[in-house]
Design a protein around this ligand. Sequence first.
Ligand SMILES: Cc1cc2nc3c(=O)[nH]c(=O)nc-3n(C[C@H](O)[C@H](O)[C@H](O)COP(=O)(O)OP(=O)(O)OC[C@H]3O[C@@H](n4cnc5c(N)ncnc54)[C@H](O)[C@@H]3O)c2cc1C
Length: 291
Amino acid sequence: MKNNRNIAEKFAEGQTVFSVEFFPPKTEEGARQILRTAHKLVELKPDYASITYGAGGSTRERTVEYGEMLMEIFGFEIMAHLACVGHSVPEIDSVLNRFSEAGIRNIMALRGDPPRNVEDFRPAEGGYKHAADLVRHIRERFPDFGIGCAGYPEKHPEAPDFDFDVEMLKRKVDSGADFIVTQLFFDNSHYFKFVDRCRAVGIDKPIVAGLLPALSLKHLMNFKSMCSTDIPEELIGKISEANSDAESAQIGLDWARRQIEELKAAKVPGIHLYILNRADSAIKLSRFIRA
Ligand SMILES: Cc1cc2nc3c(=O)[nH]c(=O)nc-3n(C[C@H](O)[C@H](O)[C@H](O)COP(=O)(O)OP(=O)(O)OC[C@H]3O[C@@H](n4cnc5c(N)ncnc54)[C@H](O)[C@@H]3O)c2cc1C
């Protein structure tokens, strides 16, 4: 079953758009895990599922393979991520053609990160330096794709300040992005301030809230360093006192549920769950998102 809808249309329907994020697995056990999860999530009917793009090498090929599989076998509407890091423009075109041939109609247009231990982002020869260039490229060459782009409620780590970062986000929107998905956050006040800043500079596209249900203190701290995300003391305190993995995961879920309830009350256009290829959090939280 293929749906092939432009995700941007869903925001016009007025419901909270509910989406989940997968990453392409690297191992056989990972492959079984994503299949099990997809199978469990079919009945939840998320509005779309996104599939990330690897930093390089063979995982990149898997984005299209798994995107196609999630679409063909499970009927998910797919948003494939594409990062310009390491790609020349002809390579970007070839990936976009692969996505298009596979029936994928929505792209999350990203710059990507420099390799580990490299400070500055350097584009590939004949490649793009900023995600806005990729957005413009897609809009011009593949006008039918729905395009998402990334937003940072706590500012992108490389940006000198919030105003600069939001101006750069506006460039992505002005270049043709249809909607924004945020970096994960654990304190909704960051999201609300970010939305105000975006609206103040004229960004009028839907801003989807990205949430990660925390599994453990270690898990939280990994994301804190990876994404430069603020973790409220209250959450750290609660999860530090958990006596088992199950209790930690429950605390993470309860925290995410409270975030969802507040975001829903504020009528956010969408909630995107970083599920890390696990089904539990989406199953337990979907009814609060859809309520
Ligand atoms: C929802 C989401 C999904 C993601 N999925 C993936 C994925 O699948 N694969 C992956 O590799 N990474 C992914 N990332 C991580 C992302 O690639 C990194 O955060 C990366 O560092 C920035 O990407 P970007 O698209 O936001 O870049 P950009 O929008 O290009 O911004 C990067 C930095 O450059 C600055 N900037 C932008 N334009 C200009 C300009 N014209 N002049 C000067 N400075 C400028 C911005 O302020 C920012 O500091 C994701 C991030 C998010 C939030």
